[in-house]
Write a protein that binds this ligand. Structure first.
Ligand code: PBG
Length: 330
């Protein structure tokens, strides 16, 4: 048995030149794949977030400029998270239903500045409750499912009325997608989409986000009673199946990088638009790595974002969105 004199095929041939690498690319990343999460400040000044270096809370007066920057860079959609003053937080999170709350004012400011940029709004009570949970709690601190769902429906309607394009429930209550869809239809908001946080894990990567919306110090206990266990993937598929059956237009997997396997499983099983949320702790990890010289920041950002496309995601929510879009020439 003699060995062939030459390799049967040299895969390196296609990698030799930049033009060829571009031609053989199986996936492409564009600014249109990015959703930019923005934090809204109550006051009049920009508020940098220490655990999220490079990310700030923006006052209403400056949020329109962020929308213009996003639009100019080719980013199609913004995701909004308000930092509600503590004095407006309550056990029942009723500020979430105020049609003039920070979220609703931000939606309007963005639509005034850039009418044709998409606005995705978070539906959950954690930025409005005094206990930091995503829903209503009983005397034992357990989050009540159906009573919470009823409030989330009202919250979604308030946001849709203010101009939200995509309602994104991040609370993980059972049955809330169907309830919200039904209420949106009945109220005539037939074109308002729902992006369900379908597979959202009880993760240690949410720390900086909880600083940004000031829930870290308030949160009693943990969220394991409603968010998923990192050990489970079959359950993620059941969550996705339910949210789709209830009328979700797209589904989300969250966090991102540690759950790329879930993104791929969902895409293969359902063939629907899947989005990944590269969460605050992931952003902070990349920034920390770059700060100590462990890797080139721009390269780390683009490589991780490409991994979501390769895993089958339609797009990524990322705090690096503006920077990444500009790197791509947007
Ligand atoms: C809560 C919510 C969280 C995030 C988005 N919505 C945190 C949590 O569940 O406590 C995290 C996003 C991030 O870490 O970037 N409704």
């Amino acid at each position: 048995m003699t060995h062939a004199a030459f390799p049967a095929l040299r895969l390196r041939r296609s990698r030799r030149y930049a033009w060829s690498r571009a031609m053989f690319a199986e996936n492409v990343l564009t600014p249109a794949n990015l959703i930019w999460p923005l934090f809204i400040a109550w006051g009049d000044v920009e508020e940098p977030i220490a655990s999220l270096p490079g990310v700030s809370r923006w006052p209403i007066a400056m949020i329109g400029d962020r929308a213009r920057e996003a639009k100019a860079a080719g980013i199609p959609c913004l995701a909004l998270f308000p930092n509600t003053p503590r004095e407006l937080r309550s056990d029942d999170g009723r500020e979430a239903l105020n049609p003039d709350n920070l979220m609703c004012r931000a939606i309007k400011a963005i639509k005034d500045a850039v009418p044709d940029i998409g606005v995705l709004t978070d539906v959950a009570l954690d930025p409005y409750t005094s206990h930091g949970h995503d829903g209503l709690v009983d005397a034992q601190g357990r989050v009540l499912n159906d009573p919470t769902s009823a409030v989330l429906v009202e919250q979604a309607l308030v946001q849709a009325h203010a101009g939200s394009d995509i309602i994104a429930p991040s609370d993980m209550m059972d049955g809330r997608v169907g309830a919200i869809r039904n209420a949106l239809e009945a109220a005539g908001h037939v074109d308002v989409q729902i992006m369900a946080y379908a597979a959202k894990y009880a993760s240690a990567f949410y720390g900086p986000f909880r600083d940004a919306v000031d829930t870290r110090g308030l949160l009693k206990g943990d969220k394991k009673g409603y968010q998923m266990s990192p050990s489970n993937s079959e359950e993620a598929l059941r969550e996705v199946a339910l949210d789709l059956a209830e009328g979700a237009d797209s589904v989300m997997v969250k966090p991102g990088l540690p759950y790329l396997d879930i993104v791929r499983l969902v895409k293969d099983r359902f063939g629907v638009p899947v989005f990944a949320y590269q969460v605050s702790g992931e952003y902070a990890m990349i920034e920390a790595a770059a700060a100590v010289g462990a890797g080139d920041r721009d390269a780390l950002v683009l490589e991780t974002l490409m991994s979501f496309k390769r895993a089958g995601a339609s797009g990524v929510l990322t705090y690096h969105a503006l920077h990444a879009a500009r790197l791509m020439g947007g």
